[in-house]
Design a binder for this molecule. Structure first.
Ligand code: NAD
Length: 454
């Protein structure tokens, strides 16, 4: 089995490692995968989990769970270590560590921390190896920052510059039940620093991805790939913000924006126009659009590009949950104190248990500040870090709450029967969760119902 190392065993790295470890060539498994985590409390807890056959991230993908267990416990061709020395023997090293903003409120990227990790990899990677970056980074990072590091470190290690190849391919993995499958059966974009790097990365990806059905897009250079990833996520973020802005206006003049969207979606060119929602969460959309300005100013020294759309989108999207709160304050005539609020769905997305930058958490924090009593329910989440909130496990008695807020379109919630009388409870759909059938039940029972965007 060929050895492959993957640095960073988070949402991306663990899934990629599982996929790579599950691949066969004929009857035999192709690769032995070493996952590398940090040697700190967080990293040690991850490696302990992986080596005991426990997936370190939340997932409801049964196929992922099965393949992970097989690789870590049965075949034992996927292990996790907490030392960078563990990459020894791997001719392919994939980096899927985080590259974060210094703070949520501005576009300053903590690139130095990311580069320190890359430097460590370069000091330990074997001669004649391929380094593949999968992390989302400001465009220009590979060419302007990592290449000089390769030059410096290969010189120090008395190697040739091209003894280490460099390629970039960004991840599009989609949270949910088909998580693992979304790595293998989806279009990939890649490039390399030179032809050799490109070819080696292309050959590797052809072993991993169903490139017959989803041909690779090989771009001219790495900066194009890096830019592609940021543009993809900025495009989505801006679309969300655009509808948010119009939803506010529509609401103010008593226009049902959902009906408008239905009409607009009939045009094939506009068929993916979005609905208004509760907020934007997750790891990527909340940070990636800010990488453009950082890259232009700090890496490429272009002063006159301000990325106003991207910055505004992030700002508007961050504020989204407050719009629901504003509406609720109006409904409760500003008397939020001691109101019993039940939030249905704490994750940032339907049918997943990922809490990163979750709008529900932000909303709950704001409600606590108003001295409301916050209860929450989420079939995918056991606990949250917010003190003074109470998890409930049964949805049988909604009448004990002053407000039931549908925040996430988990399958469980769209199956919920809302056919009981709720005299003193407000139902609020903050995220276009409820189905027509449920809305009919609500209407029949004369329930006090409100929603965002209407
Ligand atoms: N989560 C997604 O759906 C997604 C999708 C596309 C792209 N990405 C990008 O992929 C990258 C990873 O995302 P993620 O969601 O897996 O992040 P994550 O935070 O879940 O995982 C990153 C892991 O890397 C580890 N790490 C950091 N520095 C390290 C080092 N020097 N050595 C060893 N381990 C180290 C961290 O401890 C952490 O466990 C990010 O750049 C992200 O933007 C994520």
């Amino acid at each position: 089995m060929k050895r492959i190392s993957i640095i960073g065993m988070g949402y991306v790295g663990t899934a990629m490692a599982t996929l790579v470890a599950s691949l066969k060539k004929g009857k035999n498994f192709r690769y032995f995968v070493t996952g590398i985590e940090k040697n700190d409390k967080h990293g040690l807890s991850i490696s302990k989990k992986i080596n005991s056959g426990i997936i370190p991230i939340q997932t409801n993908d049964e196929n992922f769970k099965k393949k992970f267990l097989f690789a870590t416990k049965k075949k034992k061709n996927f292990i996790c270590l907490n030392t960078i020395g563990g990459i020894k023997g791997s001719k392919i090293v994939i980096v899927s560590i985080n590259c974060d903003l210094k703070s949520k409120s501005n576009s300053d990227v903590n690139l130095n921390q990311f580069l320190r990790s890359i430097e460590l990899v370069l000091e330990n990677i074997e001669k004649n190896s391929l380094l593949i970056i999968e992390s989302t980074v400001p465009p220009g990072t590979c060419e302007k920052k990592i290449v000089p590091l390769i030059k410096k470190i290969t010189k120090k290690r008395k190697m040739q510059y091209n003894d280490i190849r460099l390629a970039y391919t960004y991840e599009r993995v989609m949270p949910g039940r088909n998580y693992l499958n979304s790595i293998q059966n989806y279009w990939r974009v890649m490039s390399g620093i030179d032809t050799k790097s490109k070819n080696e990365c292309e050959n590797f990806l052809k072993n991993i991805i169903n490139t017959k059905k989803f041909p690779l897009t090989v771009l001219k250079n790495i900066r194009s790939c890096e830019l592609g990833k940021i543009l993809e996520n900025s495009y989505r973020s801006i679309n969300i913000a655009l509808i948010e802005e119009w939803a506010r206006f529509a609401e103010s003049i008593n226009v049902d924006i959902y009906k408008i969207i239905e009409a607009i979606r009939l045009r094939p060119t506009h068929s993916n126009i979005r609905h208004p929602g509760f907020g934007v969460g997750g790891y990527c959309l909340t940070k990636d659009p800010l990488f453009g300005e950082y890259a232009a100013k700090k890496i490429w020294k272009i002063r006159n590009l301000n990325f106003k759309f991207s910055k505004n989108a992030i700002e508007i999207n961050n504020r989204m949950p407050l719009e629901s709160l504003k509406k609720l304050k109006k409904i409760f005539k500003n008397k939020m104190e001691n109101k019993k609020i039940l939030i249905l769905g704490m994750s940032y997305k339907e049918n997943v248990g990922d809490l990163r930058s979750s709008p529900s958490i932000y909303f709950a924090q704001k409600c606590l500040k108003l001295n409301s009593q916050v209860y929450w329910h989420d079939p995918y989440i056991d606990k949250i870090k917010l003190k003074k909130t109470t998890k409930i496990n049964s949805l049988n008695n909604l009448s004990k709450f002053d407000l039931v807020l549908f925040a996430v379109k988990h399958d469980l919630y769209i199956k919920l029967r809302l056919d009981k009388k709720l005299d003193n409870t407000v139902i609020f759909d903050a995220n276009y969760v409820l189905t027509k059938k449920q809305l009919n039940m609500i209407e029949k029972k004369n329930i006090n119902f409100h929603s965002i965007g209407r």
